[in-house]
Ligand binder design. Sequence first.
Ligand code: NAD
Length: 510
Amino acid sequence: MTTIPSLSPLDALHDRLREPLLHFIGGEWVAAQSGETFDFHAPTDNRVLGRAASGDARDIDRAAQAAHAAFPAWKALSGKKRRALLYRVADLIEARAHDIAVAESTDTGQPIRFMKSAAVRAAENFRFFADRAEAAQDGLSLPTEGFLNYTVRQPIGPVGVITPWNTPFMLSSWKIAPALAAGCTVVHKPAEWSPVTATILAEILHEAGIPAGVVNLVHGLGESAGKALTEHPLIRAIAFIGESRTGSLIQKQGADTLKRVHLELGGKNPIVVFDDADLDRTLDAAIFMIYSLNGQRCTSSSRLLVQRGVHDAFVEGLAARVANIRVGDPLDPATEVGPLIHPSQLAKVCSYFDAARADGATIKVGGERIGETGNYVRPTLFTDARNDMRIAQEEIFGPVLTVIPFDTDEDALRLANDVPYGLAAYLWTNDLTRAHTFAHGLDSGMIWVNSENVRHLPTPFGGMKASGIGRDGGDYSFDFYMETKNVAINLSGHRAQQLGLPSAPQNKEQ
Ligand code: NAD
């Protein structure tokens, strides 16, 4: 008997990418009806990494029909049975966590050190929502004189899930797990720059026994497949994660079919450092929240507001650490910042180096591309910035931090709120009153005090202003994926006012 040597996860990935990635519709792997594919690229050198089926309105229609057909049986399945299936999904994700991490790093340029835990978090998302599947339909009892009102929740129907290219596996699980736990069926359109792990997720869902048609995957570009999904009449709601301007397009596209939309969008999140903060811990968190995940996370702290008394010392400490960050191959466990996902993202980030110079900020560290191959940039620190500069107002979405000094709490609050976004904020102070007062004044959906972003899944996740509409997490997710119905029971036996009786007396009271 010959022994077949097993392939390393990376070899196995390249091996499977010899064939184009297919759609997964109604339980079958299928090519695009047009026969077209699109290329996606390796961020390390921009060579073609693979091809994926290029979906259009016909593929979306087929997937929406499959999700529509599968909905009644999935909705009717007990919460207990849905829970068991979703647990199996979580187990399979964990079993393949290393392969998923390698695929995600290779496809997106995210360092492997962070991607391992991203796969584990995806499994946690499935287990968390699985545990709530049974109670998702629970409602309220609202008795009044002569009536018992009670509410029940039921799944809204087939939903569209549209995801971005930053940590795509974890973010897909964050949307798909609650939708399935609620009893909805799904059509998933992942980002065209990073389609690999969406395909792995579809394989896992299938292997776990999720019935055919309950989750469908259509690859493709935003303006074709994504747009068609938002316009399809059988799709009842769209859960979207991506840029603010795409979010507003999605609202427009969904208007004719009255889509319910949930938008998780961009951010320009402040980290506010008061002079009474524990500056050592603050420094670690400030660096972690912008330079981990290549600075490509919606909750990254991309604006550092520092009180003037500690500004210079803090910035010096920061600059030394930023200059030391290890940039390199995303599959190297020592790498702290990998390449950006795409040449156009590289060009976007580099354009802010020019904007900083033009607006008169100082490039204290970095501010340049590394080499000519791949999409590597040097982790960058802008100082001497004002809040009205582009580098302080616009989401750069790269390993780039803008520092702005402030004097008083009032200044800091004004600066923190003076951006179009309102997703997250981080406060560093040991003054309890100041922390609470400031948190209440912030226009941000999520605030962490003396901490980096540490998620607790029942808490609401989402933003204000241009950062989005709606909240995810715990029961907030079920509110989006479910309809609330009220049932009113007459307990008093009273009659309604009688109209049209043969000899009705004149009714003087109306
Ligand atoms: P993007 O908006 O360019 O694309 C996101 C998805 O939308 C992709 O799948 C794309 O194909 C699709 N799309 C594009 N145009 C569309 C259209 N007209 N109709 C339907 N779908 C369309 O975003 P991106 O560049 O992939 O992701 C980065 C952005 O996502 C950043 O702004 C980041 O802050 C944001 N983000 C937000 C959160 C959050 O929770 N708030 C989380 C992660 C990322």
